[in-house]
Design a protein around this ligand. Structure first.
Ligand code: SF4
Length: 242
């Protein structure tokens, strides 16, 4: 599961944590490269499949889930994992996200969520906070952000979770559960972009994230929405599993 090549991400990029967690989960589950396909989109997070020794496919912007669906339908015995960014998944690929969740295709979808289009130099993405200044929003982002957990719940996703790239052991558990889940499993990962989104750095997330009690399997969708509306902290863990 290791590639000799080194990632070309910026120093401190949260994608390093996601890569480490994914590698660890695959090793712990004894999943070999022969039966695993990792599909990326376009963007910094979308390059992650390059740095794994598994079959990989880098698709067009926003189309990773459509490609992954085709792979899974033609070879159901394969583990199919998607890794794509927030712009890729909640922007141009939003339609694919909703429909893949609704169809409950048996794949794991990891979203590297940093609130910017990092690869193209930091434009505001669909999860950018209001007021965020960027090359496309020089006077501040005028829009409310997409809420990934609400979106997944309302699309009918039955495994809805959130991880944090700065807590690799916790994220590894999320990925392990997602791979083992029989259906569409979704993990929105809080991923610090150290170059273009300075406000949401590791210090910010260290203060905000709070693990959900992992002993409780939550199949109450109303409670999951309430959890997603929490303002004081950012809960990480499984919000909903059915
Ligand atoms: Fe990571 Fe941001 Fe650098 Fe992209 S621009 S590699 S997301 S730190």
């Amino acid at each position: 599961m290791f590639n000799k090549e080194k990632p070309n991400w910026c120093v401190g990029c949260g994608n390093f944590g996601i890569l480490t967690a994914l590698k660890t989960a695959l090793l712990e589950l004894n999943i070999t490269q022969n039966n695993t396909v990792v599909v990326g989109g376009i963007g910094c997070g979308g390059t992650l499949p390059y740095w794994l020794q598994a079959y990989n496919f880098i698709g067009l912007h926003g189309r990773a889930l459509a490609i992954a669906t085709g792979i899974k339908l033609s070879k159901p015995e394969l583990n199919v994992i998607v890794i794509a960014g927030d712009g890729d998944t909640y922007g141009i690929g939003l339609n694919h996200f909703i429909n893949t969740a609704r169809r409950n295709i048996n794949i794991l979808c990891i979203v590297s969520n940093n609130g910017v289009y990092g690869l193209t130099k930091g434009q505001a993405s669909p999860t950018a906070e209001p007021g965020f200044q960027s090359p496309t929003t020089p006077y501040g982002n005028p829009y409310e952000p997409i809420k990934p957990i609400h979106l997944a719940l309302s699309a009918g996703c039955k495994f809805v979770s959130r991880g944090y790239a700065g807590n690799v052991p916790h994220l590894t558990k999320m990925i392990t559960q997602g791979i083992n889940y029989n259906g569409f499993a979704f993990i929105d990962v809080l991923q610090p972009c150290t170059t273009f989104n300075k406000k949401f750095d590791y210090i910010h997330y260290q203060k905000k994230v709070a693990p959900i009690n992992s002993d409780v399997i939550n199949s109450d969708i109303q409670y999951a929405y309430q959890l997603a509306d929490t303002k004081e902290v950012m809960p990480i863990g499984v919000y909903y599993k059915y």
